[in-house]
Ligand binder design. Structure first.
Ligand SMILES: [Zn+2]
Length: 502
C-alpha cells in the first residue's frame, strides 16, 4: 500500500517551525518527504490547511492494569486523540513477568482478573500474546517491581533476603532482555511502601545496565513529597539511570512542596537524568477507600468494611475526616451500583439529608468498596507551569475502555487538550508542544524509528487542524502506514505493533 499526504504543514517532531510539503508512505514506513508534486499513490490525502506530525506517545497508561488491552484491543480512545504508541507496566505493576501466572498486582485496578486467560509467564511470551491479539496502537511495557516482589514473597510485608534479591535481579535482567523498556515502582502502595532504598537501587542498576529507564510512583505525593523526590534523585544518580517520576501532579494544599520538588529536579538535571509526567487536568481518579484515615486503610476491604459497620468506630472516623462539601467529588465507577455513576457526592448527600463525609461512608458500605471517584484535588495553575517545565512529559495515566462506559476526560482528551493549551493559551509554541509528545518521549525510551517524521522511519502520522477558534481536531491517523482514523472516524484496523527495547 502506498499513501501520499499532500500539501501539509509538516511539524516533524524536532521542535522546528512547520514546513509545507508532501509525505509519501510505502508499506509501514515513510518513503519520502518534500515537494512530491508528480508522485502518485494508491491513496492520496489532501492535507491543505492542516498539520502533519508524528503520532503522539503516551508514556503512562493503564490499559494493561484495567486489562482493556484484551477487552478493547482497538484502544480507540487513544487513536481518536492522535496517540499511536502507549506504554504500560507503570506504578510497580505489569502483566509480565509472572512466576505463577496470576495477575494479583493489577486487581486494584481490574477487579476480577479471571476474565483473561493468562497463558504466559515471561515478557517474551506476554508480548507474543499481544501480537496475536493485535492492538490498535503500538504498545511497549515496563516491568513492575510490585508484580515480581509479590510473586516472590506473597502478601508478606518484609525485606527480601539476599537470595531473593539475587533471583529478583535475574528475573529483571531476563525481562529486559525480552524487550521490556524499563523497571517501575509503585512505592505508595501497601505492598511496596516499606521497600528499603538499597533494594530499589540494586534493581534499578539492573535496568541501567540494559540501558532502560526507571519509572516511579513516589512513596508520598503530599506531605512527604520532598523526601520522596530526594530519594528518587539519589537512586537516579546512584544507578546512572534515566528516571521518569510518574503522574507528578500538584495536589491542592501541597503546592509549595510541589514547587520545591520541581526546583530540586531543575537543580539536578546536570547530574541526574530525571523527568516527570502529568496530564493537563485538575482531577484525579481514586478508589473510594482513599478518603479513610490512614489507620483504617491498613487492612484489606473486608477489614475496612467491618470497621465501618461498627457505629462507634464509624462515628470516630467521621470526626477524623476533614470537612468537605462534596462538590469536587463525583462517582466514576460502581459496577454493581451504576445509578450512582456521574453523580456528585454533594447531590447524593443532599438527597439523603446527611453530610458529605457521612455519604462517603454510606457509599463505601453500599458498594462494598467497589467504587472509584474523581476528585478535583489538583491545582490547575501549577499544573500549567509544570507542563511548561522542560523535564515534563504528557501522559493520560488512563486507559482506553469500551464504548459507552463512563470515561474520564483524560482518557479521551489528554493530548488534544494539551495542544489546545499551546495554541489557545500560549502555553508554548505548537512545534515545541508536538516535540514534547513525540520525539522527546521516543528518545527517552530509546525508540529510534518513531517520534520524528523522517524518511525511513515508521509511518505513525497524525493529520490535524489547530487554530485558536476551533482548537485541535484530529482528522486522520496512520499507524505503521495504515489509516486507523479517517475523517475523524475509526477504521476497523488494528495496525499497532508490539514494541521491544533493543
Ligand atoms: Zn501510579
Amino acid at each position: 500500500m502506498t499513501t501520499l499526504i499532500k500539501n501539509a504543514q509538516i511539524l516533524d517532531g524536532t521542535g522546528g517551525p512547520p514546513t509545507k510539503g508532501d509525505i509519501f508512505i510505502k508499506g509501514d514506513r515513510i518513503s519520502a518527504i518534500g515537494d512530491l508534486g508528480r508522485q502518485s499513490a494508491e491513496r492520496v490525502i489532501n492535507a491543505a490547511g492542516m498539520y502533519a506530525s508524528p503520532g503522539f506517545i503516551d508514556v503512562n497508561t493503564d490499559s494493561d492494569h484495567y486489562l482493556t488491552l484484551f477487552t478493547n484491543p482497538e484502544q480507540h480512545d487513544f487513536l481518536l486523540q492522535g496517540v499511536t504508541t502507549i506504554f504500560g507496566g507503570l506504578c510497580g505493576a505489569s502483566l509480565a513477568p509472572l512466576l505463577y501466572g496470576e495477575l494479583l498486582s493489577v486487581r486494584k485496578w481490574a477487579g476480577d482478573t479471571t476474565r483473561v486467560n493468562v497463558d504466559w509467564k515471561t515478557v517474551k511470551e506476554f508480548l507474543a500474546v499481544l501480537e496475536r491479539i493485535k492492538l490498535g496502537v503500538n504498545f511497549g511495557t515496563l516491568i513492575g517491581h510490585g508484580t515480581i516482589r509479590r510473586a516472590l514473597i506473597g502478601e508478606n510485608i518484609r525485606d527480601l533476603t539476599d537470595g531473593e534479591l539475587v533471583i529478583f535481579e535475574k528475573l529483571t535482567l531476563d525481562a529486559l532482555k525480552d524487550g521490556a523498556f524499563g523497571f517501575s515502582t509503585g512505592l505508595a502502595y501497601a505492598h511496596s511502601k516499606a521497600t528499603p532504598v538499597y533494594e530499589i537501587k540494586r534493581l534499578v542498576k539492573t535496568a541501567a545496565r540494559k540501558n532502560t529507564i526507571y519509572a516511579t510512583h513516589l512513596r508520598d505525593e503530599t506531605a512527604g513529597l520532598i523526601a520522596s523526590i530526594k530519594e528518587t534523585i539519589d537512586v537516579t544518580r546512584d544507578a546512572g539511570v534515566t528516571t521518569i517520576v510518574s503522574h507528578l501532579r500538584p495536589i491542592k494544599g501541597f503546592e509549595a512542596e510541589y514547587e520545591e520538588a520541581l526546583a530540586i529536579i531543575s537543580r539536578n538535571v546536570d547530574n541526574a537524568k530525571i523527568y516527570f509526567d502529568l496530564y493537563p487536568f485538575d482531577t484525579s481518579h481514586v478508589p473510594i477507600y482513599s478518603f479513610l484515615p490512614e489507620r483504617v486503610k491498613l487492612g484489606g476491604f473486608e477489614t475496612m468494611l467491618k470497621t465501618l459497620e461498627n457505629a462507634v468506630a464509624a462515628e470516630e472516623i467521621l470526626r477524623e475526616m476533614p470537612e468537605r462539601n462534596g462538590e469536587d467529588i463525583t462517582i466514576a465507577g460502581a459496577s454493581q451500583n451504576n445509578y450512582l455513576v456521574g453523580k456528585s457526592l454533594k447531590s447524593i448527600a443532599e438527597k439523603r439529608g446527611i453530610g458529605a463525609n457521612e455519604a462517603l461512608l454510606q457509599i463505601m458500605l453500599l458498594t462494598r468498596m467497589r467504587c472509584t471517584v474523581t476528585d478535583r484535588n489538583i491545582d490547575y495553575p501549577t499544573t500549567l507551569k509544570a507542563l511548561n517545565n522542560p523535564q515534563s512529559l504528557v501522559s493520560s495515566n488512563s486507559e482506553s475502555s469500551a464504548k459507552g462506559e463512563f470515561k474520564l476526560e483524560r482518557s479521551t482528551r489528554t493530548f488534544t487538550k494539551f495542544l489546545d493549551l499551546a495554541i489557545r493559551e500560549n502555553l508554548m509554541p505548537l512545534p515545541q508542544a508536538i516535540e514534547k509528545i513525540t520525539s522527546k518521549p521516543a528518545s527517552i525510551f530509546g525508540i529510534r524509528d518513531r517520534g520524528i517524521l523522517k524518511e525511513g522511519l515508521k509511518a505513525d502520522i497524525n493529520i490535524f487542524s489547530a487554530d485558536e477558534a476551533q482548537g485541535t481536531t484530529i482528522i486522520n491517523v496512520l499507524v505503521n502506514g495504515t489509516l486507523a482514523v479517517f475523517n475523524k472516524n475509526l477504521e476497523s484496523v488494528r495496525a499497532g505493533e508490539v514494541l521491544r527495547k533493543t
